[in-house]
Ligand binder design. Structure first.
Ligand code: A2P
Length: 339
């Protein structure tokens, strides 16, 4: 019989944690024991895995005894405090928070792009799962980098509220209901109303005028693709969509390439699906992308403003490929090659 792994999901009651449990089940990950962890608030809750109800345990110092793989999605401060404890207890942590991503000793992995980086996990016992917007962009940038070399990227994102967590999904739903029923909507999660609106503000503002989310896209792309020379400028926008982030991406290439060449490499790229038939009004949308794991790419065209440039539009499910699926794919690499 093949080996079974003791897996912990830390933040199991959250939007991403819940999806991690579902992905483990869907992908038939060889789970021997599943330990579900969350805060005091979730005491007494039970979650279902393969038809079985599993009680949620309160996260504590001893939560990771005997665990082989710990999937974390409980916020940066929980990862800061508990990921090293889990690693010390012998688990390999796959961390979905931003806390460890730029640590030079911690690999930052998108399995379609840099799977070999997993080999560096023994440095700290931690592997970081990149930012959702970065993951879906690099699976598309990597084949173009190999085809033509990338000089510079300008990206604008249209990010779903689920990226902020379950509470933000409720906030959007409640605000829509309030507006429909003639009440003033209440904004608690976001600084302004998100229903019937959009906010060019994700994470905190930094001294250089960018937000932290925008700088994550810059720095994480360079780290994952192993190329500090890729210049990138991002504008990240929260939109009133429940699931799936969309991105308008402008790419200045080193070598001139045609739309057909780009379409051909993307058609073969792992984790990518070309959905690009404007004559029949076919292009990727968040509703089309939600609930599956591929990054959908369309609107592929030559940039008329520069000699060597491509414009495209890409959409992926931020909770699945942008978070849970990517983490479980990393766990699959660990199981296949390292543990
Ligand atoms: P809980 O549901 O008990 O609050 P989301 O990103 O959807 O808001 O989910 C965050 C996840 O992280 C939830 O499972 C939440 O548990 C968990 N979490 C947040 N803070 C802590 C903490 N201090 N200790 C353990 N789990 C936490």
């Amino acid at each position: 019989m093949s080996k079974l792994y003791k897996v912990a999901v830390c933040g199991a009651t959250g939007a991403v944690g819940n999806q991690m449990i579902q992905c483990l089940e869907e992908r038939d990950f060889p789970v021997g024991e599943l330990r579900l962890l969350a805060s005091e608030r979730s005491k007494g809750k039970k979650l279902t895995y393969k038809g079985e109800e599993i009680p949620v345990q309160v996260l504590g110092q001893d939560s990771f005894q005997d665990i082989d793989i710990a999937l974390f999605s409980a916020g940066a401060s929980t990862s800061r405090d508990y990921a090293p404890l889990a690693a010390e207890a012998g688990a390999v942590v796959v961390d979905n928070s931003s806390y460890w991503r730029m640590d030079p000793l911690v690999p930052l992995v998108v399995p379609e792009v840099n799977p070999k980086a997993v080999a560096d996990y023994p440095n700290k016992g931690i592997i970081a799962n990149p930012n959702c917007s970065t993951i879906q962009m690099v699976v598309v940038l990597q084949p173009i980098q190999e085809l033509a070399g990338i000089e510079r990227v300008v990206v604008s994102t249209y990010q779903a509220v689920s990226g902020t967590g379950q509470k933000a999904i409720f906030e959007l739903e409640n605000q829509l209901k309030d507006l429909h029923e003639g009440r003033a909507p209440e904004a608690k999660v976001y600084p302004q109303q998100i229903a019937w609106n959009l906010l060019p503000h994700i994470d905190v503002f930094l001294d250089n005028g960018y937000t932290k989310e925008e700088m994550k896209m810059v720095l994480e792309t360079q780290k994952i693709m192993g190329d500090d020379g890729i210049k990138l400028s991002a504008t990240c926008v929260r939109v009133p969509v429940r699931y799936s982030h969309s991105e308008a991406v402008n790419i200045a290439t080193k070598k001139k390439v045609s739309v057909d060449e780009v379409r051909a490499v993307l058609a073969k790229a792992p984790g990518v699906k070309v959905v690009d038939d404007p004559a029949n009004l076919v292009y990727p949308t968040p509703l089309m992308s939600a609930g599956q794991d591929l990054t959908l790419v369309g609107r592929i065209r030559e940039d008329i403003s520069q000699e060597k440039g491509i414009d495209l539009w890409l959409v992926a499910d931020n909770i699945r490929k942008g978070a849970a699926t990517n983490a479980v794919q990393i766990a699959e690499i660990l199981a296949a090659d390292y543990l």
